[in-house]
Design a protein around this ligand. Structure first.
Ligand code: 5GP
Ligand code: ZN
Length: 116
């Protein structure tokens, strides 16, 4: 399925909800997280509604990860964190709160609480 009504990230893709976008190309949108765990915390999503990793078609994985690496490089060049996590949650037990596949690009600094 391409995009669906009632999905907050599909609505960001369609421009119905504002977001600070870093990338908006044919396949991917990257934007700043509204509730950042650290400065520079961004999200990267496919312009395809898949609930989680298991629903992601293989051909959508590469563009999303490539975009995440572009964002990671830009954030690192700008903020110079001590490290950076790519995170991705599947299901309520993993604290997935938005059911549209997304990668967190999350800059980290020494001393951070890494329990997230
Ligand atoms: P999850 O918990 O599903 O892995 O991550 C969802 C992320 O989406 C959270 O970090 C949350 O702050 C972010 N988020 C939820 N709604 C919005 C929104 O409307 N705009 C933006 N920019 N981020 C959102
Ligand atoms: Zn969606």
């Amino acid at each position: 399925m391409a995009l669906i009504d009632g999905c907050i990230f599909c609505r960001i893709i369609r421009g119905e909800i504002p977001a600070f976008k870093l990338i908006d190309d044919e396949q991917v949108v990257a934007f700043m997280d509204i509730n950042p765990a650290n400065p520079g915390h961004a999200l990267v999503i496919p312009k395809f509604h898949a609930r989680d990793l298991y629903e992601m078609p293989d051909e959508w994985l590469a563009p999303v990860i490539a975009a995440a690496r572009r964002v990671a490089r830009a954030v690192t060049a700008t903020l110079d964190p001590d490290g950076l996590n790519l995170l991705q949650a599947n299901g309520p037990g993993a604290a997935q709160s938005v059911e549209h596949f997304h990668l967190h690009v999350l800059p980290r600094n020494l001393g951070d609480d890494l329990s997230l």
